[in-house]
Ligand binder design. Sequence first.
Ligand code: PHE
Length: 345
Amino acid sequence: MADEIFGKVAAMKSQILSAEAADADQLEAFRIQYLGTKNSIKPLFAEMKNIANERKKEFGQELNELKKVAQQRYDELKAATQQSGDASETVDIDLTAPPGELQVGARHPVSIVMNRIINIFTKIGFSVEEDREIEDDWHNFTAMNTPEDHPARDMQDTFYLKDSTTRLLRTHTSSVQARVMTTRQPPIRIIAPGRVYRNETISSRSHCQFHQVEGLYVAEDVSFADMKQTLLYFAREMYGPETKIRLRPSYFPFTEPSAEMDVYWGLKTEDDYRITKGTGWLEIMGCGMVDPQVLTNCDIDPEKYSGFAFGMGIERQAMLLYNITDIRNIFENDVRFNRQFRSVI
Ligand code: PHE
């Protein structure tokens, strides 16, 4: 008799342990059956009177164990149904639906123009050189033959670091010329793209930060004609195969002779008149033969080597190519502006 009752308890225990609940209803059914007020464990307690005294304790422990197992199994099933319940409620995936629009990033117009310039020069053997934006006055000015009292050194134009008279934000990428020439002997053929800073009033046409690409070629027997041919090649790659250029005499402390290169833009529209100030010509870059004094400053023998250098602003070219009328748009990073360049590589 007692063994039969013990057997009942054991059977119920394995029933409980193997019970499943596929949804909330089945879970509730389990709860009613094993944990509710009229649960099927309760009647087993009434069997106590049929158990011999020496086994009563053991039987009581079995029943308590049964209650515990029922509660544990209930908790497990509840957790499981809640999890799968959540998933089926919130994730309603239609695997046949066409994909939504992918938000593709856009390249910044400055990067686009800079990369084009870099490509044009790397094709003819120039390598890319990058250097620091926080410079010392030697590399930015002194090495570049800019005397102590030159207006370009004036606090008006140059951002010096706080409490420093020597550390500054570079005002042009020509500082990279000095960085390269002091560490390497010719032949040198590099372009240096990067950001530069000048203490200028911000307006639609000028900003206190902008980008330049510097070029430097130093070797034996480099001539002005080499420079002109290189720059003509650049202008035609950049602005089309028919592009005309002109070199106007100019002045830079670090080149002699110095020139300004213009590209013929034309005078077809009223806009052309405006952007070329009625001349049809657009100033694109400064250039010239590296001043022998600059070579000497950087420990390169000017008797043996000569070279040319050039430097151009990026923003102005980007503005021309993409009809941007206000330079401030370039630095504000308004997504409505930046997104317009999404389809441009
Ligand atoms: N550094 C000059 C500027 O910022 C440009 C330049 C570079 C001119 C190299 C000549 C040679 O305007």
